[in-house]
Ligand binder design. Structure first.
Ligand code: FAD
Length: 474
């Protein structure tokens, strides 16, 4: 059958949109199909609570969005995207003492950590910053490509730090430094004792100093809107409200790129994949789920340490031991009674998202994959420990459990928001061992969070999948 399109992209997350856009900019005919009524995947902002309050359904802070080479190259700022930098990227409140503030300024952050711990943190970050310019490209791409000679030394430095469990590396930075490290490492959704749990802390910590953790003015959907403008200008045909349940229904195309995670691919493409690929996808491990709450607030969160109001993102859990306990419980099939919370307070820096004087608050905790419980009470109990009086300022809340997330986006199987567990093995074999993990076989490709560099709003999966399409189809 004659192909109607050069490329069909299924799913309009940032990766899918980037892939479609790069292809159209090269003159290819492209169809982008999306199950929902709007483009965006993980970057959508909606009115989840009361009129006039705008909440990010999924992603909220964007260090990757700002540092990503492909997004930088697309110049989304020219389409209206505006980044806001809170005075501090991260605050880590502690019980009974001052919060540890992570500022863009490295020396100031080191003094927050204090004495020897601060010196160790500063040295580690300095080494990482020196490596980043050379390592950015390989770290944001496939793991099994032969490394360029210039990357060998930086990789030899970065590798062992990234592979270290956060529970080993953190304590070298003293008690306050270890707490900060644990909060950064917890973004990996791995137990603190896991090899590789420091990798995400290394990258997110270094990006906090290098590019900050910015918020898009108006919410994460500003990223999708900027990309959509570019897609339309480039002539990409867009089909909304169109869930792909069988590949047979897709129009003929020279290549099909799926912005779908491994579990969806496995059921959708099963018999079309060669046996080895199919087995790998079936063996691919899911990560934990999440339970999220969005709040409309009467006033700003009453943090025990008022300096926490300087930060866009807050890591709530206390010291390393407490966070380790919370994250270990998730892998043991439980939700801790005092869980680690990841929170963002956008309206302190972006008043466009709520009525004057009012605020929004975005917060989630990790759960076992597929966990069906209601964690509202546990979450609010933990908030009260670090911000007494929190419950009294709530005007309305909206919660999403793992089932709600999977219904919202079938990519989030069992609530796994990162396209597969971030274990050391799956960082390399994502979703299978190959120097080109974007190519599923034949004319089928994958660009989602299940391919390197994994979860996050960076579009690099879309970039690499398009390179793979070019290589295979010429
Ligand atoms: C609660 C939450 C908080 C997060 N916070 C952050 C953050 O602060 N910063 C950050 O960088 N990252 C964050 N992330 C992760 C980030 O949002 C994702 O990793 C990223 O958006 C993945 O983009 P993607 O293009 O791979 O796919 P997705 O965003 O998953 O988009 C895929 C699209 O495909 C559609 N789709 C799925 N299945 C089908 C189908 N069968 N047929 C048709 N269409 C389909 C979906 O509707 C969706 O629009 C968060 C994620 C969640 C859920």
């Amino acid at each position: 059958m004659q192909s109607k399109y050069d490329l069909v992209v299924v799913g309009s997350g940032v990766n899918g949109m980037v892939c479609a856009l790069l292809a159209a900019q090269r003159g290819l005919s492209v169809l982008l199909t999306e199950g929902q009524a709007s483009l965006g995947g993980g970057v959508r902002t909606r009115s989840l609570t009361l009129e006039g309050f705008r909440h990010d359904v999924c992603s909220a802070v964007h260090p990757f969005g700002r540092c990503s080479p492909v997004l930088r190259g697309l110049n989304l700022e020219a389409e209206g995207l505006e980044w806001i930098d809170p005075p501090a990227p991260v605050a880590h409140p502690m019980l009974g003492e001052d919060a540890v503030m992570l500022y863009r300024d490295l020396a100031r952050t080191a003094s927050e950590i204090g004495s020897m711990g601060g010196v160790v943190y500063r040295s580690l970050m300095t080494v990482l910053q020196n490596c980043w310019d050379i390592l950015e490209e390989p770290l944001l791409g496939p793991a099994l490509r032969p490394p360029a000679p210039k990357t060998l030394l930086p990789l030899a430095v970065f590798g062992p730090m990234a592979a270290a469990p956060a529970s080993w590396l953190g304590p070298l930075m003293g008690r306050r430094g270890a707490a900060l490290w644990a909060g950064l490492a917890a973004h990996s959704l791995l137990p603190m004792e896991s090899p590789g749990s420091s990798a995400v802390a290394c990258v997110l910590g270094l990006l906090a100093h290098k590019v900050g953790w910015p918020l898009p003015r108006g919410g994460a959907s500003a990223i999708a809107q900027a990309l959509e403008k570019k897609l339309r200008t480039a002539g990409v045909e867009i089909k909304l409200d169109s869930w792909c349940t069988s590949v047979v229904d897709l129009p003929p195309a020279r290549a099909v790129v799926f912005d779908l995670t491994a579990a969806q691919l496995s059921s959708l493409l099963g018999p079309r994949l060669v046996t080895g690929r199919r087995k790998s996808l079936n063996r691919y491990r899911l990560g934990p789920g999440i339970f999220k709450a969005d709040y409309a607030l009467r006033e700003p969160v009453p943090w025990s340490d008022p300096r926490v109001a300087e930060a866009g993102t807050i890591h709530i859990g206390g010291d390393l031991q407490a966070i380790a306990c919370s994250e270990r419980a998730v892998w043991q099939g439980r939700v801790s009674q005092e869980p680690f919370l990841l929170a963002v307070q956008p309206t302190l820096f972006d008043p466009t998202r709520a009525p004057e004087g009012k605020h929004t608050f975005w917060v989630y905790l990790h759960t076992p994959n597929g966990w069906q419980g209601d964690a509202t009470e546990i979450l609010e109990h933990q908030m009260e420990r670090f911000a007494p009086g929190f419950k009294e300022i709530v005007l309305r809340r909206s919660v999403m459990n793992v089932a709600d997330f999977q219904e919202y986006n079938p990519n989030y199987v069992g609530g796994d928001i990162l396209g597969g567990a971030n274990t050391l093995y799956q960082v390399v074999a994502r979703p299978f061992l190959s120097p080109d993990p974007y190519h599923l076989g034949g004319n089928m490709f994958c660009c989602s969070a299940s391919v390197p560099p994994g979860g996050g709003v960076h579009g690099m999966g879309g970039f690499h999948a398009f390179q793979s399409v070019l290589k295979h189809l010429g």
